[in-house]
Design a protein around this ligand. Structure first.
Ligand code: SF4
Length: 215
């Protein structure tokens, strides 16, 4: 399979999976690379069939979360420096899907108390606003689901971007923008997200905007 054929069949592959494909293209002989693309195509189609079997909406998002958790559990051999309560990553802009926005919106509609003023302030920011660079220095950056103990208050329902974030550099580096942060890369997780993105109805955007927009 050629790269052009692969990319035209899978237009929604994540940026990191594209980078991985690029690395393989640089390292492999042309025929080996085509075989690699063929296997990747098969794996994407299989994952897509499995994910799209669940009805669109929260049920599909929950299935994807389960698959991602399982993948991460199986592939983590290096220990991370993430600890309960460090929470710097919960002061960054997090992207979620429209299905995840429905899950989070339902929690709020069912009585989960959050700071709605802060949510509105975050939602009003342009995507990738420089305000997020202040990280923990700005209380406005605090995720509305982060509880008073600096733990995720919706851990079982947290978005996939929170699930896949696994840091190996010193936790203190996460607190300041521009510090070097190393994260673990899970190729199968990228593959699952790419497969799920092939649902054309699915939208992706900053968490606060997506939650507010669902109303
Ligand atoms: S949803 Fe939970 S894990 Fe994700 S940023 Fe918010 S508090 Fe942190």
């Amino acid at each position: 399979m050629t790269l052009a054929t692969f990319l035209s069949a899978h237009k929604k592959v994540t940026r990191s999976l594209r980078n991985l494909i690029q690395d393989y293209q640089n390292q492999l002989q042309a025929d080996q690379f085509e075989k690699f693309l063929g296997s990747l195509n098969d794996a994407l189609l299989q994952a897509r069939t499995e994910i799209l079997r669940a009805p669109a909406g929260p049920e599909r998002a929950r299935l994807l979360h389960k698959m991602i958790d399982q993948e991460i559990r199986q592939s983590t051999k290096v220990s991370t420096t993430c600890q309960k309560g460090c929470a710097a990553c919960c002061h960054m802009e997090v992207e979620i899907t429209s299905d995840e926005a429905t899950i989070l919106g339902e929690l709020i509609d069912n009585g989960l108390a959050i700071d709605t003023e802060r949510l509105a302030l975050q939602a009003a920011r342009p995507a990738q606003s420089t305000g997020w660079q202040e990280r923990m220095k700005s209380t406005t950056n605090r995720c509305v689901f982060l509880n008073s103990e600096n733990s995720c208050g919706i851990y079982d329902s947290r978005p996939l971007m929170c699930r896949r974030h696994a840091v190996t550099s010193p936790a203190v580096n996460c607190e300041s923008f521009g510090s070097e942060i190393s994260t673990l890369y899970f190729p199968r997780v990228d593959l699952l997200i790419s497969a799920a993105n092939e649902d054309n109805q699915l939208k992706v955007g900053p968490m606060a905007k997506m939650i507010v927009a669902r109303n």
